[in-house]
Design a protein around this ligand. Structure first.
Ligand SMILES: *Cc1c(COP(=O)(O)O)cnc(C)c1O
Length: 357
């Protein structure tokens, strides 16, 4: 049976990305060695890193004066590495979800943290807005999480504030054009939208580095990795290669503008069905709805059908639609690799289930 993958992360990748990466695992560039077996210093691997950086800069129109690095440790390590490098005295954070809150907790180890807006009191059912004028002008940066993977809320624009932005874009990077010039840093664990798990991408404004008033361990100082082109120590070779294949795929399919358009088409179709179908309802305020992670629960009066719907959908080949435990219900993750065919299969499943009840 055909599977439709709605996993929140690690998540679906285009089939040709998986296939091409698998081929290189058997024989890397005709070398007779597996991609797993080559040295990261091999002459064939440097071009992989170089092309990834070039594609990143090209696809996101990253201006001069920025570096792109690939590290291990996940987005979670960035929660501390960001303040270690950028927090001089005081930083502002938007508490828009669990990941944002975790980032805030780590930042407090390095300086004063101002929570400028929060949706915690309503279990993060909306994306905080209209707080821009409350951001103190003397903070070193404003940290945001652009897409709240667990709750399905998103802010798909670049905030207008007078201080530099820093963003966790783990679950929506490369899904829309971004005005990188507003940011001191953008980071993303790759396993949601850009590669297999194991690599984290960080975009850094070069002139903002080296200002923090503390001694940094070598591996924590971004300059180490910028200066060595992500080759200070062994980068995650296979995940970086899978990212190269995925960025090539994205380029071939119209880049981030086309990805943005496809994401909106998928999300509009699925939200329309959630709103139409008597059995289901959305979980977040309409204006905050994410086009990446689409969350819904059983409507009032139909709560007992949650498990039966999950079983019904599973039988139809739907994978990974169970919602995060802090929201319950269902979550259909629709990152770049998701197809309209997958979304239509889920919509049909919802309709067929409704017809039985
Ligand atoms: C998944 C996720 C993280 C955590 O990523 P790891 O790579 O597992 O550390 C952080 N932020 C957001 C927005 C996420 O979706």
């Amino acid at each position: 049976m055909k599977k439709y993958n709605f996993n929140a992360g690690p998540s679906m990748l285009p089939h040709e990305v998986v296939e091409n990466t698998a081929k290189q695992l058997l024989d890397f560039n005709g070398s007779g060695l597996s991609l797993m077996e080559i040295s990261h210093r091999a002459k064939d691997f440097q071009p992989v890193v170089d092309e990834c950086v070039a594609l990143f800069k090209d696809l996101l129109s990253i201006p001069d004066g920025y570096s792109v690095i690939f590290l291990g440790g996940g987005a979670s390590l960035q929660f501390m590495q960001i303040p270690a490098n950028f927090l001089i005295k005081k930083a502002a954070y938007v508490n828009s979800g669990v990941w944002a809150k975790k980032a805030m907790k780590e930042a407090k180890l390095f300086g004063e943290v101002v929570e400028v807006a929060s949706s915690a009191a309503s279990n993060y059912t909306f994306y905080p807005k209209n707080f821009e004028s409350d951001v103190p002008s003397d903070v070193d940066y404003l940290h945001i999480c652009s897409n709240n993977t667990i709750y399905g809320t998103e802010y798909r624009k670049d905030f207008d504030v007078k201080v530099p932005l820093i963003a966790d874009m783990s679950s929506d990077i490369m899904s829309r054009p971004v005005d990188v010039s507003k940011y001191n840093a953008i980071y993303a664990g790759a396993q949601k939208n850009i590669a297999m798990a194991g690599v984290t991408v960080i975009i850094l404004k070069d002139e903002a580095l080296g200002k923090a008033p503390r001694e940094l361990p070598t591996m924590i100082d971004y300059r180490t990795h910028v200066e060595k082109g992500s080759m200070f120590n062994t980068p995650p070779v296979v995940p970086v290669y899978s990212m190269l294949e995925n960025l090539r795929w994205l380029k071939k399919h119209g880049g981030v503008e086309a990805a943005d358009k496809r994401a909106h088409e998928r999300a509009e179709a699925l939200y329309a069905e959630i709103d139409r179908n008597k059995l289901f309802k959305g979980t977040v305020e309409e204006a905050s709805r994410s086009v990446m992670n689409i969350c819904f629960v059983m409507n009032e009066g139909y709560e007992a059908l949650e498990k039966p719907f999950l079983d019904f959908a599973t039988e139809r080949g739907m994978v990974g639609i169970k919602g995060h435990r802090s929201v319950g219900g269902f979550r259909a993750s629709c990152y770049n690799a998701q197809t309209m065919e997958g979304v239509n299969a889920l919509i049909q499943t919802m309709r067929d289930f409704e017809a039985q009840h």
